[in-house]
Design a protein around this ligand. Structure first.
Ligand SMILES: [Zn+2]
Length: 393
């Protein structure tokens, strides 16, 4: 049909995209609730089947990345990739217990998230109607990949939702198809300011306190070391440099040069500043957060668990692309609101907001730490909460 070869996708109704049948998809990654596919330009297919290229993106905590490409799902190289799909990935929804239809996810994104950030600072997501046979086809493929061992074992048994008629076109922040990009740095900035219900005497921020609690309770297990989010938004370059040390890079490793360059990018970065300012505006978290039985969405918690993608070009003069993703609105439903509140009680009652009793090596990790004397009183500007009188035990 001539329409299928059109360079533009067909429109079913104004502004609603439709994925043309026959577009080539390749499995890229999956998390608990979504599978991400990339589009393969038809001209690329001849070599695609023979030489599986290594995937060089860094991995995020919420997504499992696969170290090699898969064969295209749909064998029809006659369909050219419409221009609108360039620089995009396709996100498909898994069947999960607490899932939301994509229509609702996009409506939330459009009304709550888009107004907060410039379009070029967001991993965009646009609803796209799927061909009816696509999801069953993808599920068959996921099962085949379980049999041949190429799907991660921990993801086995979960498949795409057959009743979801839409996918999401999302901004491709991988460096796979972008020869000008050398590195993708990917991290969660987390809580860029102290919890409003932290004890007035706290010398550890919410993120460092939680990490410490988890590390202590997982004794014998693998300790997680990471940056203090307050360092990321510090006015002192050396603080940002310290934080950048922990940021993962594509392919691991990374030279001193990379670290300094990333720190220069993050230092007084407008996107980070904007995220900090939004976290200041939306501060109903900790003991000020949703009531335990709340089923409401929490924009406030969503802003504290998003992912920052930094695509760094080889050429130092080219612009750096920085976007925030993982901004599906979090909901208090399913016991989540209760969990958030319990967590804050644990942090306070367990004394995790205090470094008292910690090893010296852990004491200075947080920007609020008293043992970081040289960083104190320098106008870091992060404070230690609003001192609402809640004391640790
Ligand atoms: Zn900290």
């Amino acid at each position: 049909m001539p329409g299928r070869l059109s360079p533009l996708p067909r429109m079913t109704k104004p502004s609603l995209l439709e994925l043309p049948p026959g577009v080539q998809l390749v499995y890229l990654a999956e998390g608990g609730a979504n599978v991400i596919y990339r589009f393969v330009p038809s001209s690329h297919l001849a070599v695609e089947d023979e030489s599986r290229q290594p995937f060089s993106s860094s991995s995020s905590s919420s997504t499992t990345k696969i170290p090699h490409d898969r064969d295209p799902l749909i064998e029809n190289s006659a369909v050219p990739l419409p221009a609108i799909f360039k620089g995009k990935l396709l996100r498909l929804r898994k069947q999960t217990a607490s899932d939301l239809p994509y229509k609702e996810i996009v409506a939330n994104f459009n009304t709550k998230i888009r107004p907060l950030f410039p379009a070029n600072e967001l991993v965009d997501q646009t609803l796209i109607r799927l061909p009816t046979d696509l999801i069953p086809h993808c599920n068959e493929s996921l099962r085949a990949e379980e049999r041949d061992g190429s799907r991660p074992a921990k993801r086995h048994g979960s498949y795409l939702c057959l009743s979801e008629p839409f996918g999401l076109l999302i901004t491709d922040m991988t460096v796979l198809n972008d020869p000008s990009a050398a590195t993708l740095a990917e991290f969660k900035p987390k809580w860029l300011l102290q919890s409003p219900s932290a004890p007035a005497s706290a010398d550890r921020c919410r993120t460092c306190a939680l990490r410490e609690m988890k590390n202590r309770s997982a004794r014998g297990g693998k300790e997680v070391r990471s940056f203090c989010p307050l360092d990321l938004v510090s006015e002192r370059f050396e603080d940002v440099l310290r934080a950048a040390t922990f940021v993962r890079r594509a392919g691991g490793g990374g030279s001193e040069y990379d670290r300094v360059r990333l720190a220069k990018i993050l230092f007084r970065n407008p996107t980070l500043r904007n995220l900090l300012s939004k976290q200041k505006s939306f501060r109903e978290v900790g003991l000020l957060g949703p009531e335990v039985l709340s089923r409401e969405n929490s924009l406030d918690m969503t802003l504290r668990d998003c992912t920052m993608f930094v695509k760094i070009p080889r050429d130092e003069l080219s612009p750096v692309e920085i976007r925030l993703g993982d901004l599906d609105l979090k909901t208090g439903a399913g016991g989540k609101a209760q969990y958030w509140r319990d967590l804050e009680h644990q942090l306070i009652d367990g004394g995790w907001y205090s470094t008292a009793g910690s090893d010296d090596s852990q004491k200075h990790e947080c920007a609020l730490s008293l043992s970081r004397d040289e960083f104190k009183g320098n106008g870091n500007g992060n404070g230690n909460g609003n001192g609402n009188g809640v004391r640790s035990g």
